[in-house]
Write a protein that binds this ligand. Structure first.
Ligand SMILES: *Cc1c(COP(=O)(O)O)cnc(C)c1O
Length: 231
C-alpha cells in the first residue's frame, strides 16, 4: 500500500517538475517543491518521503500541533498561512520557515519567542501583489521600509519573499504579477540590506506553478496537484 502511494506521488512530482522545466526554459534553476499537506492525514502525508519530499507546508497552527507527533521525525515543516501573534509560541520550536510575516507586531512576537527558545527564526515577508488584505501580505512598495524596521531584530532572519496570487483566469495577467514579484525580489536583493538575505522567493501553487517557475520562484507551494483534492 505505502509503496504504491509513494510511486503515485513520485509520478505526480515528476510531472510537476517537467512542466516547470518546460515553462522556465532554463532561465532559472528549477524551484523546490514544497508539498502543502493541510487537511491531509499523516497516513496520506508519510508516503511523500518515498517520493523524496522532505519539506511540507501547513497553514494552521492548530493543525500543525495535532499532526506534529506523527510528522516531526520525517519532515521539516513550513508555516505558510496567516499567523496570529498569540499563536507564535505554539510553533516557534517546530517550524523551519515562516512564510507569512506581514506586520511589525508579528515580527516582534516572533523575535521575542525565538530569543526565549534560543533560536533565530527564518522568515519570509509576505507580499500582496494587488493588495488583498484578507489574504495577508504587505504592498510591494511597503517591502523596503518594512525590512528596514525588522532587520535588527536578533530573533528572526529574513530570507526572502512570499506571495499569494489573486485568483485570476487571465494567465497573461498572472504572469505579469509573477514577473513583478521577481523584479521586486531582485530589487530588494540589490539594496543589500544588512541582516536581510534574499534567497527564497515562495510563489506559485497547483494552478500556476509553471508560470511561477518561468518567473524565477525558488519555492513553489503545491497541494492538490500533488496530494489530490482536499477532503
Ligand atoms: C493551500 C495553500 C497552497 C497550496 O494550494 P494548492 O492550490 O492546493 O496547491 C499554497 N499556499 C498557501 C498559502 C496555501 O494556503
Amino acid at each position: 500500500m505505502r509503496m504504491e502511494r509513494g510511486e503515485e506521488l513520485a509520478g505526480r512530482l515528476q510531472t510537476i517538475r517537467e512542466r516547470m522545466a518546460r515553462a522556465s526554459e532554463g532561465r532559472y534553476p528549477l524551484p523546490k517543491v514544497l508539498a502543502v499537506t493541510k487537511t491531509h492525514t499523516p497516513e496520506e502525508i508519510l508516503p511523500l518521503r518515498d517520493a523524496g519530499i522532505l519539506e511540507i507546508g501547513e497553514n494552521r497552527v492548530q493543525e500543525i500541533r495535532e499532526k506534529l507527533p506523527f510528522l516531526k521525525d520525517f519532515f521539516q515543516i513550513h508555516l505558510i498561512g496567516q499567523l496570529q501573534s498569540n499563536k507564535v509560541k505554539y510553533i516557534i520550536e517546530d517550524v523551519c520557515l515562516i512564510h507569512s510575516l506581514d506586520r511589525l507586531s508579528l515580527a516582534m512576537e516572533i523575535d521575542r519567542q525565538a530569543q526565549r527558545h534560543g533560536r533565530v527564526m527564518p522568515v519570509l515577508v509576505q507580499v500582496s501583489p494587488v493588495g488583498e488584505p484578507q489574504k495577508g501580505g504587505i504592498l510591494p512598495e511597503e517591502v523596503l521600509p518594512f525590512l528596514r524596521q525588522v532587520r535588527q531584530l536578533p530573533g528572526l532572519r529574513v530570507e526572502g519573499l512570499m506571495a499569494v496570487m489573486p485568483n485570476l483566469e487571465d494567465r497573461e495577467q498572472l504572469s505579469g504579477l509573477f514577473a513583478g514579484m521577481r523584479a521586486l525580489f531582485e530589487r530588494v536583493r540589490g539594496e543589500g540590506i544588512d541582516g536581510v538575505e534574499m534567497r527564497e522567493l515562495s510563489m506559485g501553487m497547483s494552478g500556476d506553478y509553471d508560470l511561477a517557475a518561468a518567473h524565477g520562484a525558488t519555492l513553489v507551494r503545491i497541494g492538490s496537484a500533488l496530494l489530490g483534492p482536499r477532503g
